[in-house]
Write a protein that binds this ligand. Structure first.
Ligand SMILES: NC(=O)c1ccc[n+]([C@@H]2O[C@H](COP(=O)([O-])OP(=O)(O)OC[C@H]3O[C@@H](n4cnc5c(N)ncnc54)[C@H](OP(=O)(O)O)[C@@H]3O)[C@@H](O)[C@H]2O)c1
Length: 318
């Protein structure tokens, strides 16, 4: 089979479209013929060597973690899924043997769920990484109906799911994106949209129960004044300072400062798939590329102004 891999860190030019042996499922694993796989910033960050400490001994490695496709074979002990099933799944990013940007992917059954017919493979593939991050960030911030929620980076992958999930849970959502992101943002129907090129959202007079910076571009001191009493600030790119603030706020205040660190899990994936299948989450796929376009798609994503989700199609929708 063909698969995208890289054997050294660097720019998109280190990506290679190589021949690999077809994967064979081990205990608890399924092999899926990939129909669509989604890009995430983690893909280009890993390729660029940002997480070398965790991955240096695991080169060459594959690319991409979110996939949708049709199960071809299953390993010992797999009971929930069978060959022929359409699925949406996640590959563990620490698994260097297997990845989603390939004709076939081998992954654990525990992180795959049946894809309902009403959900396209492209939309299915768009859900896992960004969707689970959005759901976990808002849930851990104690999202509840009637709350006021501010989502920054609302036109990106994580942000576009956060806006929709918060609205579906009955929150009043203010969404922040650039001028270029406003048209896409309008499709997500936030209660209020802010263009950060024209208005400084950090200077808003109102207060929010949750401020979720899905773009990871702000700091806690910049956003603290936006929190209502007992409110939570959640950040998608926590650094050492944010962890210090998180600890300090636990000791000294009712308001919280929280890093989000996605934990792939089946229950959240099933929630997202169900919400997308019944229309509570609408499609955020803005581009469907060909496999040979992956280096260019990663280069564009690394510029930091991605819209919704970009997916690569490896086979026609069955
Ligand atoms: N902690 C975790 O577990 C976890 C999980 C997933 C993702 N992440 C990280 O979270 C970040 C976002 O992920 P993603 O998948 O949503 O990325 P994405 O699809 O590339 O979207 C990033 C968004 O950030 C917005 N943005 C850029 N500069 C901004 C600024 N100065 N102010 C406000 N918004 C700005 C961009 O919108 P405009 O064009 O409108 O500026 C873009 O839509 C990435 O850094 C990713 O690595 C972390």
């Amino acid at each position: 089979m063909k698969a995208w891999t890289f054997a050294r860190y660097g720019g998109p030019e280190v990506l290679e479209w190589v021949d690999l042996p077809d994967p064979v499922p081990g205990k608890g694993e399924i092999v899926t013929r990939v129909v669509a796989a989604a890009l995430n910033p983690l893909d280009w960050k890993l390729r660029a060597g940002q997480y070398k400490v965790m991955t240096a001994w695991r080169l060459p490695r594959g690319v991409g973690y979110d996939y949708a496709g049709v199960v071809e074979s299953v390993g010992e002990g797999v009971a929930r899924l069978k060959p022929g099933d359409a699925v949406v799944g996640i590959v563990n990013p620490l698994d260097s043997r297997n990845a989603a940007m390939a004709e076939r992917v081998c992954a654990t059954e525990a992180l795959a769920t049946a894809k309902p017919p009403s959900l396209s493979f492209a939309d299915g593939a768009s859900l896992p990484g960004a969707g689970i991050t959005a759901v976990q960030a808002l849930r851990e911030a104690n999202l509840a109906a009637g709350q006021r929620v501010l989502v920054v980076g609302a036109a990106g992958g994580v942000g576009s799911f956060a806006v929709q999930y918060a609205r579906a849970c009955g929150a009043h959502v203010t969404a922040v994106a650039s001028t270029a992101g406003q048209e896409f943002l309008a499709r997500l129907e936030p209660d209020r949209a802010i263009d950060y090129n024209r208005e400084d959202w950090k200077a808003l007079a109102e207060r929010f129960d949750i401020v979720f910076d899905a773009s990871g571009t702000s700091t806690f001191p910049q956003c603290r004044r936006l929190l209502a009493p007992g409110g939570a600030f959640v950040h998608s790119l926590p650094d050492a300072a944010l962890y210090c603030w998180s600890w300090w706020m636990k000791l000294t205040a009712k308001e919280r400062c929280m890093p989000v660190m996605e934990r792939p899990n089946l229950a959240d994936l099933e929630t997202l798939v169900a919400m997308a299948a019944d229309g509570r989450l609408q499609s955020v796929v803005t581009r469907v590329g060909r496999p040979d376009e992956l280096p260019e798609l990663q280069r564009e994503m690394a510029l930091g102004h991605n819209r919704g989700k970009v997916v690569v199609r490896f086979a026609p929708e069955p």
